[in-house]
Design a protein around this ligand. Structure first.
Ligand code: UDP
Ligand code: MG
Length: 317
């Protein structure tokens, strides 16, 4: 029987100081595994401006298990991981950062869970040791909002350190949307999941390039790709404004013009105009909401996701 192959997907952006280390780290560790699996290291160069590609080419010359997908420019980590997944040959793949922040010692845990039948094994990171308030607060808000509106649960700390079985790789490769968050798409796919827990290492060398503004952009594209709520927000707001101001306006008008201000509210003309304006804004927003429903439909059609994902078939071709 052929040995199973595990593909390690390693996105690299300016990681010249890390790729050789990552390679030796993984190869050394692999020898200690109880599993007799083959492996390949799929490096994806995401348009590095340093000598990352040269370093990978050097490795590939002496080790045929080293593969390279080189981008023409920087497309971002999400796309780089996607390219790695689409181009790998493994029976399963594991995403691994070039900076060695994911503890390699956890690899056996991923493989154990996979051997026990999990299709997706998700690494959950302990709370990040950061003192940066903006980062902490931003991340908390992101998960709160995302879970409020997303169609699938987004777990805090469930980042890209994950294993995917070949069946999931095949389904994942069918996604065509551009603005994407790899892990959110994997979550959307479902399948049998299991979890492992890990603590992140310090970055081996260099600086993190996944900058703050890249993260903010990613957060937005996650909101847009996992939920249609932002689009429908205007509509909901409009409904609430109209529900509140409509009856309020009527009550004020009855009180003033029919009951001769029986309630002694002394409403001024400005109050009436204010309520009327708010009511009209509400109607306006509701109409925008209606248009949004159509745009939401177009958005879903354009993303062109598979209608459903089949896990297994029996007695069918
Ligand atoms: N990365 C990439 N393209 C980018 C930014 C980052 O392929 O535009 C890679 C990077 O080389 C690393 C991984 O994604 O292997 C994680 O990036 P980084 O360490 O900068 O971010 P963090 O550890 O803060 O998530
Ligand atoms: Mg990192």
């Amino acid at each position: 029987m052929q040995k199973k192959i595990i593909s390690l997907i390693i996105p690299c952006f300016n990681e010249e100081q890390n790729v050789a280390q990552a390679h030796s780290h993984i190869t050394t560790f692999w020898k200690t595994l109880k599993y007799d699996f083959d492996y390949e290291l799929v490096f994806v160069d995401d348009g590095s401006r340093d000598s990352t590609v040269l370093e990978i080419e050097k490795l590939a010359k002496k080790d045929s298990q080293v593969k390279l997908v080189q981008f023409s420019r920087n497309f971002g980590k999400e796309i780089a991981t996607t390219a790695g997944i689409q181009n790998c040959n493994g029976d399963a793949c594991i995403m691994y950062d070039a900076d060695l922040q994911y503890p390699i010692e956890k690899l056996p845990d991923f493989l154990d869970k996979w051997e026990n039948g999990a299709d997706v094994v998700v690494g959950i990171r302990d709370k990040k040791k950061t003192n940066n308030f903006v980062e902490k607060f931003g991340s908390m808000m992101f998960y709160k909002c995302a879970n409020l509106i997303a169609e699938v649960e987004i777990k805090a700390g469930a980042l890209d350190f994950r294993l995917m079985d070949r069946v999931v790789i095949e389904e994942f490769s069918k996604f065509t949307e551009r603005g994407r968050m790899t892990r959110a798409l994997i979550d959307w796919l479902g399948f049998k999941r299991d979890y492992i827990y890990y603590t992140e290492n310090e970055r081996f060398a260099g600086e993190a390039s996944y900058s703050f503004d890249k993260r903010v952009k990613l957060a937005f594209s996650t909101f847009l790709s996992t939920s249609l709520f932002p689009l429908k927000f205007a509509g909901y707001l409009g409904i609430w404004i109209s529900i509140i101001t409509g009856p309020l306006g009527i009550i004020f008008a009855i009180n003033k013009y029919m009951l001769g201000d029986m309630m002694n509210w002394n409403t001024t003309g400005a109050t009436q105009v204010g309520i009327l304006t708010a009511f009209l804004i509400g109607i306006n927003l509701m109409c925008m909401g209606l248009i949004s429903l159509y745009i939401a439909n177009i958005h879903t059609e354009v993303a062109n996701r598979p209608l459903y994902v089949v896990k297994n078939k029996i007695n069918l071709g």
